[in-house]
Design a protein around this ligand. Structure first.
Ligand SMILES: [Zn+2]
Ligand SMILES: [Zn+2]
Length: 507
């Protein structure tokens, strides 16, 4: 694969005395060097002036020396292209006003707009498009600006031209490769996120039968593979190219161990998920809340029967009785909160997927908010490629619920729900209530057993007596004790995260 070939870099202006040295170099090194070599003075032509945005010189050359802006330099490139490549908006404006043509193409079929995409020169691109440059201009390889932007990882540029000028983010080039192929090949993960968010076709096969995932695997771009697999389905991993190879096989053929292992694991995980076998991925999908509910109720009944109303124990005094029953009250209140927590929306963020179908062809990208501050700031990781939304800073995608959850904490299989913005305080309070209830009921149980008036004084006999008369109270105590440590740990973790929540630190 070879990307669009334009100038790779124009060295920054080198001031030496009052002389500006020119260092324009061509990409790939096979195209020679424009202008003069490093030790000579700046060349006196409109192309160099355009590349450096030297408006004064440009005006002098055009207005006094009669240089043309509609002709190419020795290598076949236009002054407007040089200005576009280097984001020289004023120079580009001047060139357009004095005979430069926004539609002009060089011998590669590239326009100034193509060149503006190389380094993501948004201002110049904006000017060119306002001057009626064709947003869908394709060069001899079939590359449009979206391809060029993807080849050079210019995500912000891509976002701008797609959202404002409706550039096609999923158009294939002459080899059938879309911008997503290029971003995967080059390993630009943010660009991949944006393209997937824009509904680029993950499974598109180029003339060699390769999908973007094939190219990411061939080039050993692990992060690109990760983003593509996370957004994808099992079938993406099984697609074979014209040689009959899947991305995983290609990666291992090329000795990209890390990528091959990752893709292999992903394939096994997908497979197990489909078969419904018990594995780690399935564990989090279990809905354990009814189990927890019933066991808690059972514990409570045991406590009431074998501790509070035990036939062999004296009746409770009023004060002690109040304390003993408060344990039951706290546990019940906790269970109510637990129920709320498991039923409540944890803070799901509305998906944008359904809007997609209703969109009209002439407004393909109304769904991206053009001025979304997160995207303008370049926070591409806030794009959820599954939900097709720009999520808030502390939101995360829950793979179990397959939704984005605001202030996502974790997916709790016991609650059978995510813990997020809307139920985190219910969850925390539930934990606090249960811990208090366990402390009280545990304490009450120990006191009741130890103060049994019928208990014999010798230890062995006492053990025997307790084993006969207090067996269920002792069982309750053991379970209560074990649960206490589990829940207390959770509460401590949750409390430390409570601090995190309140200082609003992003996850
Ligand atoms: Zn999501
Ligand atoms: Zn979840």
């Amino acid at each position: 694969m070879s990307e669009v070939e334009v100038v790779e870099e124009v060295l920054p202006l080198k001031q030496s005395g009052d002389v500006v040295a020119n260092g324009n170099g061509y990409r790939g090194g096979n195209n020679g060097v424009i202008g003069v070599s490093h030790d000579e003075n700046l060349r006196n032509d409109v192309y160099t002036a355009a590349a450096y945005g030297d408006l004064e010189k440009l005006q002098r050359l055009v207005e006094y020396e009669g240089c043309s802006l509609a002709e190419t330099d020795g290598l076949g490139y236009y002054a407007l292209q040089w200005a576009a490549l280097n984001n020289r908006t004023a120079a580009a404006q001047y060139i357009i006003e004095h005979g430069g043509d926004v539609h002009a193409t060089d011998h590669n079929g590239q326009t100034a707009l193509h060149w503006s995409a190389v380094r993501g020169a948004i201002q110049v691109a904006e000017l060119l498009l306002q001057e009626d440059a064709a947003v869908d201009a394709a060069d001899i390889n079939g590359y449009q600006i979206a391809h060029v932007a993807a080849q050079y990882g210019q995500t912000a540029f891509l976002y701008h031209v797609v959202s404002k000028w409706n550039a096609d983010p999923d158009v294939p080039d002459n080899d059938g490769r879309s911008p997503l192929h290029w971003a995967a090949y080059k390993g630009f993960a943010d660009c991949i996120r944006l393209l997937l968010f824009l509904d680029a076709h993950r499974g598109r096969q180029d003339k060699e039968g390769c999908t973007p995932l094939h190219w990411a695997a061939i080039r050993s771009n692990l992060e690109a593979c990760t983003v593509l697999v996370q957004a994808g389905k099992k079938e993406d991993l099984m697609v074979t190219d014209n040689g009959g190879l899947t991305p995983e096989q290609l990666a291992s053929d090329k000795n990209h161990r890390e990528v091959a292992i990752f893709l292999g694991n992903a394939r096994r995980l997908f497979k197990k998920g489909c078969d419904g076998n018990n594995n780690f991925g399935q564990l989090s999908k279990l809905r354990l809340s009814p189990v927890l509910w019933c066991s808690s109720l059972l514990l409570m009944v045991t406590y009431i029967q074998s501790v509070l109303m035990a036939p062999y124990l004296p009746r409770l005094t009023a004060g002690f009785g109040l304390l003993a029953w408060s344990g039951v009250f706290l546990a019940s209140a906790g269970l109510v909160l637990f129920y709320r927590c498991s039923r409540k929306d944890p803070g799901y963020i509305r998906m944008n997927v359904h809007d997609l179908q209703n969109m009209k062809d002439d407004e393909p990208l109304l769904k991206i908010e053009r001025n979304n501050p997160a995207l303008l700031a370049g926070n591409w990781s806030q794009l959820c490629v599954t939900c097709k939304i720009v999520r808030p800073l502390r939101a995360k995608h829950c793979s179990t619920c397959n939704r984005c959850v605001d202030q996502f904490d974790h997916h709790c299989p016991w609650v059978s729900n995510c813990i997020g913005k809307k139920n985190k305080w219910d969850f925390f309070l539930f934990l606090v209530l249960e811990v208090s209830a366990m402390l009280i009921t545990g304490g009450v149980t120990i006191t009741r057993i130890l103060t049994d008036p019928m208990a014999p004084s010798s230890f062995l006999q006492w053990m025997n007596h307790a084993g006969i008369h207090h067996i269920s109270a002792i069982s309750f105590l053991i379970v209560d004790f074990l649960l206490f440590f589990g829940v207390a740990t959770l509460t401590a973790v949750q409390a430390s995260q409570g601090c995190r929540w309140s200082i609003q630190k992003p996850i």
